[in-house]
Ligand binder design. Structure first.
Ligand code: SF4
Length: 336
Protein backbone atom coordinates (compact mmCIF):
# COMPACT_ATOMS: atom_id res chain seq x y z
CA UNK A 1 0.00 0.00 0.00
CA UNK A 2 1.49 3.38 -0.93
CA UNK A 3 2.16 6.14 1.59
CA UNK A 4 0.20 9.38 1.79
CA UNK A 5 2.08 10.93 -1.15
CA UNK A 6 1.42 7.80 -3.28
CA UNK A 7 5.01 6.53 -2.97
CA UNK A 8 6.16 3.26 -1.47
CA UNK A 9 9.49 4.69 -0.31
CA UNK A 10 10.21 8.32 0.47
CA UNK A 11 13.76 9.47 1.21
CA UNK A 12 14.36 13.05 2.35
CA UNK A 13 17.68 14.83 2.95
CA UNK A 14 19.55 11.61 3.70
CA UNK A 15 23.04 12.29 5.06
CA UNK A 16 25.91 10.00 6.03
CA UNK A 17 29.19 11.51 7.17
CA UNK A 18 31.76 8.88 8.19
CA UNK A 19 34.07 10.05 10.94
CA UNK A 20 37.83 9.97 10.39
CA UNK A 21 39.63 9.62 13.72
CA UNK A 22 43.27 10.60 13.93
CA UNK A 23 46.00 11.01 16.53
CA UNK A 24 46.79 9.01 19.65
CA UNK A 25 43.49 9.99 21.31
CA UNK A 26 41.45 9.03 18.25
CA UNK A 27 39.74 12.40 18.02
CA UNK A 28 37.37 13.00 15.13
CA UNK A 29 39.31 15.22 12.76
CA UNK A 30 37.43 15.00 9.51
CA UNK A 31 34.38 13.51 7.87
CA UNK A 32 33.89 11.60 4.64
CA UNK A 33 30.72 13.10 3.18
CA UNK A 34 29.57 9.89 1.50
CA UNK A 35 25.90 10.89 1.20
CA UNK A 36 25.10 14.57 1.55
CA UNK A 37 21.40 15.38 1.28
CA UNK A 38 19.78 12.81 -1.01
CA UNK A 39 16.01 12.88 -1.66
CA UNK A 40 13.79 10.75 -3.91
CA UNK A 41 10.63 8.62 -3.96
CA UNK A 42 9.83 5.21 -5.41
CA UNK A 43 6.24 4.38 -6.39
CA UNK A 44 4.68 0.89 -6.08
CA UNK A 45 5.87 -1.25 -9.01
CA UNK A 46 8.44 1.35 -10.05
CA UNK A 47 12.18 0.91 -10.62
CA UNK A 48 14.41 3.86 -9.84
CA UNK A 49 17.91 3.50 -11.25
CA UNK A 50 20.63 5.11 -9.13
CA UNK A 51 23.78 5.60 -11.19
CA UNK A 52 27.17 7.29 -10.92
CA UNK A 53 30.88 6.55 -10.71
CA UNK A 54 32.38 4.39 -7.94
CA UNK A 55 32.49 6.27 -4.67
CA UNK A 56 29.58 8.62 -5.47
CA UNK A 57 27.56 7.29 -2.50
CA UNK A 58 24.96 5.15 -4.26
CA UNK A 59 25.71 1.91 -2.37
CA UNK A 60 25.84 3.80 0.94
CA UNK A 61 22.42 5.29 0.14
CA UNK A 62 20.93 1.79 -0.28
CA UNK A 63 22.45 0.58 2.97
CA UNK A 64 21.22 3.62 4.91
CA UNK A 65 17.65 2.99 3.75
CA UNK A 66 17.84 -0.60 5.04
CA UNK A 67 19.52 0.53 8.28
CA UNK A 68 22.56 -1.62 7.50
CA UNK A 69 24.41 1.62 8.25
CA UNK A 70 23.32 4.33 10.67
CA UNK A 71 22.52 7.62 8.94
CA UNK A 72 23.84 10.94 10.25
CA UNK A 73 20.45 12.54 9.55
CA UNK A 74 17.50 12.41 7.19
CA UNK A 75 14.06 10.86 6.86
CA UNK A 76 13.13 7.51 5.30
CA UNK A 77 9.48 6.50 5.17
CA UNK A 78 8.03 3.21 3.89
CA UNK A 79 4.31 3.15 3.06
CA UNK A 80 3.74 6.31 5.09
CA UNK A 81 5.56 4.89 8.14
CA UNK A 82 7.28 7.08 10.74
CA UNK A 83 10.94 7.84 10.08
CA UNK A 84 12.66 4.43 9.85
CA UNK A 85 15.95 6.04 10.89
CA UNK A 86 14.54 6.65 14.38
CA UNK A 87 13.12 3.16 15.01
CA UNK A 88 14.55 0.57 17.37
CA UNK A 89 15.67 -2.78 15.97
CA UNK A 90 12.43 -4.45 17.11
CA UNK A 91 10.32 -1.63 15.62
CA UNK A 92 12.27 -2.08 12.35
CA UNK A 93 11.45 -5.79 12.12
CA UNK A 94 8.22 -5.54 10.05
CA UNK A 95 9.95 -3.20 7.61
CA UNK A 96 12.91 -5.59 7.23
CA UNK A 97 10.48 -8.12 5.80
CA UNK A 98 9.14 -5.56 3.31
CA UNK A 99 12.55 -4.31 2.15
CA UNK A 100 15.19 -6.77 0.99
CA UNK A 101 18.58 -6.46 -0.68
CA UNK A 102 20.40 -8.27 -3.46
CA UNK A 103 24.14 -7.88 -2.99
CA UNK A 104 26.74 -7.20 -5.65
CA UNK A 105 28.99 -10.18 -5.04
CA UNK A 106 27.21 -13.53 -5.41
CA UNK A 107 30.35 -15.29 -4.10
CA UNK A 108 30.63 -13.62 -0.70
CA UNK A 109 26.92 -12.96 -0.10
CA UNK A 110 26.05 -16.66 0.40
CA UNK A 111 27.21 -18.66 3.42
CA UNK A 112 29.45 -21.43 1.98
CA UNK A 113 28.46 -23.78 4.84
CA UNK A 114 24.73 -23.63 4.19
CA UNK A 115 22.93 -25.56 1.47
CA UNK A 116 20.72 -23.62 -0.90
CA UNK A 117 17.67 -25.00 0.94
CA UNK A 118 18.93 -23.71 4.31
CA UNK A 119 19.88 -20.33 2.81
CA UNK A 120 16.42 -19.75 1.37
CA UNK A 121 14.42 -21.24 4.25
CA UNK A 122 16.25 -19.28 6.98
CA UNK A 123 14.24 -16.05 6.42
CA UNK A 124 11.02 -18.13 6.30
CA UNK A 125 11.81 -19.43 9.79
CA UNK A 126 12.83 -16.01 11.14
CA UNK A 127 9.61 -14.35 9.97
CA UNK A 128 7.39 -17.39 10.71
CA UNK A 129 6.18 -17.60 7.11
CA UNK A 130 6.22 -21.40 6.87
CA UNK A 131 5.65 -23.37 10.05
CA UNK A 132 6.54 -26.93 9.08
CA UNK A 133 9.52 -28.46 7.31
CA UNK A 134 7.25 -29.56 4.44
CA UNK A 135 5.84 -26.06 4.01
CA UNK A 136 9.33 -24.59 3.96
CA UNK A 137 10.53 -27.11 1.39
CA UNK A 138 7.52 -26.47 -0.87
CA UNK A 139 8.10 -22.71 -0.67
CA UNK A 140 11.82 -23.13 -1.39
CA UNK A 141 11.05 -25.21 -4.50
CA UNK A 142 8.56 -22.58 -5.64
CA UNK A 143 11.18 -19.84 -5.19
CA UNK A 144 13.90 -21.81 -6.98
CA UNK A 145 11.57 -22.41 -9.92
CA UNK A 146 10.70 -18.70 -9.98
CA UNK A 147 14.37 -17.81 -10.47
CA UNK A 148 15.06 -20.55 -13.03
CA UNK A 149 16.61 -23.22 -10.75
CA UNK A 150 15.49 -26.79 -9.97
CA UNK A 151 14.34 -28.73 -6.90
CA UNK A 152 17.51 -30.87 -6.86
CA UNK A 153 19.58 -27.69 -6.29
CA UNK A 154 18.15 -27.49 -2.73
CA UNK A 155 20.71 -29.84 -1.22
CA UNK A 156 23.74 -28.34 -2.95
CA UNK A 157 26.27 -25.82 -1.63
CA UNK A 158 27.12 -22.40 -3.14
CA UNK A 159 30.54 -23.51 -4.48
CA UNK A 160 28.75 -25.94 -6.80
CA UNK A 161 27.13 -23.08 -8.74
CA UNK A 162 28.26 -20.51 -11.32
CA UNK A 163 28.17 -16.76 -10.53
CA UNK A 164 24.87 -16.32 -12.38
CA UNK A 165 23.27 -19.25 -10.54
CA UNK A 166 24.49 -17.89 -7.20
CA UNK A 167 22.92 -14.54 -7.98
CA UNK A 168 19.66 -16.37 -8.75
CA UNK A 169 19.92 -17.98 -5.28
CA UNK A 170 20.44 -14.51 -3.77
CA UNK A 171 17.32 -13.29 -5.58
CA UNK A 172 15.32 -16.30 -4.32
CA UNK A 173 16.48 -15.54 -0.75
CA UNK A 174 15.39 -11.90 -1.12
CA UNK A 175 11.99 -12.98 -2.48
CA UNK A 176 11.39 -15.58 0.23
CA UNK A 177 9.77 -13.10 2.64
CA UNK A 178 7.53 -11.57 -0.06
CA UNK A 179 8.98 -8.04 0.05
CA UNK A 180 7.49 -5.00 -1.68
CA UNK A 181 10.82 -3.27 -2.31
CA UNK A 182 14.18 -4.73 -3.30
CA UNK A 183 17.40 -2.74 -3.22
CA UNK A 184 19.54 -4.31 -5.93
CA UNK A 185 23.11 -3.16 -5.24
CA UNK A 186 25.11 -3.59 -8.46
CA UNK A 187 23.50 -7.04 -8.87
CA UNK A 188 25.14 -7.86 -12.20
CA UNK A 189 28.47 -6.01 -12.14
CA UNK A 190 30.38 -9.06 -10.82
CA UNK A 191 28.93 -11.33 -13.55
CA UNK A 192 30.07 -12.17 -17.08
CA UNK A 193 28.55 -9.88 -19.69
CA UNK A 194 26.73 -12.86 -21.25
CA UNK A 195 24.98 -13.57 -17.91
CA UNK A 196 24.16 -9.96 -17.01
CA UNK A 197 21.23 -9.68 -19.45
CA UNK A 198 19.72 -12.94 -18.14
CA UNK A 199 19.71 -11.67 -14.54
CA UNK A 200 18.37 -8.24 -15.47
CA UNK A 201 15.59 -9.83 -17.55
CA UNK A 202 14.78 -12.14 -14.62
CA UNK A 203 14.49 -9.09 -12.33
CA UNK A 204 12.18 -7.37 -14.83
CA UNK A 205 10.04 -10.51 -15.15
CA UNK A 206 9.77 -10.86 -11.34
CA UNK A 207 8.90 -7.17 -10.98
CA UNK A 208 6.10 -7.49 -13.51
CA UNK A 209 4.73 -10.73 -12.04
CA UNK A 210 4.99 -9.82 -8.35
CA UNK A 211 4.46 -6.04 -8.49
CA UNK A 212 7.85 -5.34 -6.91
CA UNK A 213 9.59 -1.97 -6.66
CA UNK A 214 13.36 -1.74 -7.12
CA UNK A 215 16.06 0.71 -6.22
CA UNK A 216 18.50 -0.49 -8.88
CA UNK A 217 22.03 0.69 -8.09
CA UNK A 218 24.57 0.42 -10.92
CA UNK A 219 27.33 2.28 -12.70
CA UNK A 220 26.53 0.85 -16.15
CA UNK A 221 24.08 3.28 -17.75
CA UNK A 222 23.03 0.86 -20.49
CA UNK A 223 21.85 -1.68 -17.88
CA UNK A 224 20.18 1.05 -15.84
CA UNK A 225 18.32 2.16 -18.98
CA UNK A 226 17.11 -1.38 -19.66
CA UNK A 227 15.41 -1.90 -16.27
CA UNK A 228 14.52 1.54 -14.88
CA UNK A 229 11.42 3.72 -15.13
CA UNK A 230 13.22 6.77 -13.75
CA UNK A 231 16.95 7.40 -13.31
CA UNK A 232 18.86 9.46 -10.72
CA UNK A 233 22.49 10.42 -11.34
CA UNK A 234 24.71 10.86 -8.26
CA UNK A 235 27.97 12.76 -7.97
CA UNK A 236 30.01 13.11 -4.77
CA UNK A 237 27.15 12.29 -2.41
CA UNK A 238 24.39 14.25 -4.14
CA UNK A 239 21.79 13.67 -6.83
CA UNK A 240 22.60 16.03 -9.71
CA UNK A 241 19.90 14.91 -12.16
CA UNK A 242 16.68 12.87 -11.87
CA UNK A 243 14.18 12.25 -14.66
CA UNK A 244 12.11 9.62 -16.44
CA UNK A 245 14.22 7.14 -18.38
CA UNK A 246 13.25 8.36 -21.87
CA UNK A 247 13.59 11.97 -20.81
CA UNK A 248 17.04 11.51 -19.24
CA UNK A 249 18.53 9.49 -22.10
CA UNK A 250 17.01 11.67 -24.87
CA UNK A 251 17.52 15.02 -23.12
CA UNK A 252 20.40 14.82 -20.59
CA UNK A 253 20.91 18.27 -19.07
CA UNK A 254 23.74 18.00 -16.55
CA UNK A 255 27.29 18.11 -18.01
CA UNK A 256 28.18 15.12 -15.80
CA UNK A 257 25.31 13.04 -17.24
CA UNK A 258 26.45 14.03 -20.76
CA UNK A 259 29.95 12.74 -19.96
CA UNK A 260 28.64 9.48 -18.46
CA UNK A 261 26.42 8.85 -21.50
CA UNK A 262 29.26 9.67 -23.90
CA UNK A 263 31.31 6.93 -22.20
CA UNK A 264 28.67 4.23 -22.86
CA UNK A 265 29.95 1.96 -25.68
CA UNK A 266 27.83 2.14 -28.85
CA UNK A 267 27.86 -1.02 -31.02
CA UNK A 268 27.06 0.84 -34.28
CA UNK A 269 30.23 2.66 -35.51
CA UNK A 270 28.06 5.05 -37.54
CA UNK A 271 26.37 6.24 -34.35
CA UNK A 272 29.54 6.66 -32.30
CA UNK A 273 29.77 10.15 -30.91
CA UNK A 274 32.85 12.22 -30.35
CA UNK A 275 33.81 11.18 -26.79
CA UNK A 276 33.44 13.96 -24.29
CA UNK A 277 35.90 12.67 -21.70
CA UNK A 278 35.80 13.90 -18.13
CA UNK A 279 38.71 16.09 -17.10
CA UNK A 280 40.58 15.58 -13.81
CA UNK A 281 40.03 13.16 -10.96
CA UNK A 282 36.99 12.71 -8.71
CA UNK A 283 37.56 15.15 -5.81
CA UNK A 284 37.85 13.76 -2.29
CA UNK A 285 34.53 13.41 -0.44
CA UNK A 286 36.45 14.54 2.69
CA UNK A 287 36.67 18.07 1.30
CA UNK A 288 34.28 18.42 -1.63
CA UNK A 289 34.90 21.47 -3.84
CA UNK A 290 32.98 24.65 -2.94
CA UNK A 291 30.04 25.64 -5.11
CA UNK A 292 29.08 22.98 -7.64
CA UNK A 293 30.96 19.82 -6.69
CA UNK A 294 31.46 19.02 -10.38
CA UNK A 295 33.04 22.38 -11.28
CA UNK A 296 36.73 21.24 -11.28
CA UNK A 297 35.86 18.76 -14.07
CA UNK A 298 33.19 20.70 -15.91
CA UNK A 299 33.98 22.11 -19.36
CA UNK A 300 30.97 24.46 -19.12
CA UNK A 301 31.67 26.05 -15.74
CA UNK A 302 31.13 29.78 -15.49
CA UNK A 303 31.17 32.49 -12.86
CA UNK A 304 28.94 31.27 -10.01
CA UNK A 305 29.92 27.57 -10.33
CA UNK A 306 32.87 27.59 -7.92
CA UNK A 307 31.05 29.70 -5.33
CA UNK A 308 27.39 28.77 -5.14
CA UNK A 309 26.10 25.21 -4.93
CA UNK A 310 23.21 24.77 -7.39
CA UNK A 311 20.03 23.37 -5.80
CA UNK A 312 18.14 20.46 -7.39
CA UNK A 313 15.25 22.18 -9.20
CA UNK A 314 12.32 20.72 -11.09
CA UNK A 315 12.02 21.93 -14.69
CA UNK A 316 8.89 20.39 -16.16
CA UNK A 317 9.34 17.08 -14.31
CA UNK A 318 13.11 16.94 -15.03
CA UNK A 319 15.15 17.62 -11.86
CA UNK A 320 18.59 19.15 -12.37
CA UNK A 321 21.25 20.73 -10.12
CA UNK A 322 23.23 23.01 -12.44
CA UNK A 323 23.52 26.81 -12.81
CA UNK A 324 22.94 26.39 -16.56
CA UNK A 325 19.32 25.52 -15.69
CA UNK A 326 18.06 27.79 -12.89
CA UNK A 327 14.50 27.46 -11.64
CA UNK A 328 12.00 28.55 -14.31
CA UNK A 329 14.25 27.56 -17.25
CA UNK A 330 12.62 25.97 -20.25
CA UNK A 331 13.74 22.57 -21.42
CA UNK A 332 15.98 22.46 -24.51
CA UNK A 333 15.14 20.29 -27.53
CA UNK A 334 15.84 16.56 -27.01
CA UNK A 335 19.11 15.18 -28.40
CA UNK A 336 18.42 13.19 -31.60
FE1 SF4 B 1 29.14 22.74 -14.71
FE2 SF4 B 1 28.46 24.95 -13.40
FE3 SF4 B 1 26.59 23.20 -14.08
FE4 SF4 B 1 28.32 22.61 -12.17
S1 SF4 B 1 26.79 24.22 -12.10
S2 SF4 B 1 27.70 21.28 -13.81
S3 SF4 B 1 30.18 23.60 -12.93
S4 SF4 B 1 27.87 24.42 -15.47
Amino acid sequence: MPGTNGSLLTVRDLVKHFEIRKGIFGKVREYVRAVDGVSFEIAPGETLGLAGESGCGKTTTGRLILRLLDATSGHVSFNGSPNLLGLTQSEMRPYRKEMQIIFQDPYSSLNPRLTVGSTISEPLKIFGLAKTREERRARCVELLNAVGLEEDHLSRYPHEFSGGQRQRIGIARALSVEPSLIIADEPVSALDVSIQAQIVNLLIDLRNRLGLSYLFIAHDLSIVKHISHRVAIMYLGRIVELAGKEELYCRPLHPYTHALLAAVPVPDPAKRKQKQLLEGDVPSPVSPPPGCRFHPRCAQKFDPCDKIEPPLVDIGGHCIACHLYPEGSSLPEPVA
